[in-house]
Ligand binder design. Structure first.
Ligand SMILES: [Zn+2]
Length: 67
């Protein structure tokens, strides 16, 4: 059931397609950026350099969950 444990958090980064704010989201085995407006997914690597507070705290939780 781990697949359904995906969580997400709202970030302040904008979708390059529609300017909507992106979510950071994860499944059991990957983390990525997602736009709820146009449903696009973007690789986290593309945004990690501009990570905001929401992203940083989300990522902390991701790694803690694996213990
Ligand atoms: Zn979008």
């Amino acid at each position: 059931m781990a697949f359904f444990a995906a969580r997400s958090a709202k970030t302040t980064l904008k979708c390059p397609q529609c300017q909507e704010k992106l979510d950071i989201a994860r499944t059991c085995h990957e983390v990525f950026m997602r736009c709820n407006q146009c449903k696009r997914k973007y690789p986290l690597e593309q945004y990690i350099g501009q990570a905001d507070e929401a992203m940083e705290s989300f990522l902390e939780n991701v790694y803690c969950d694996r213990i």
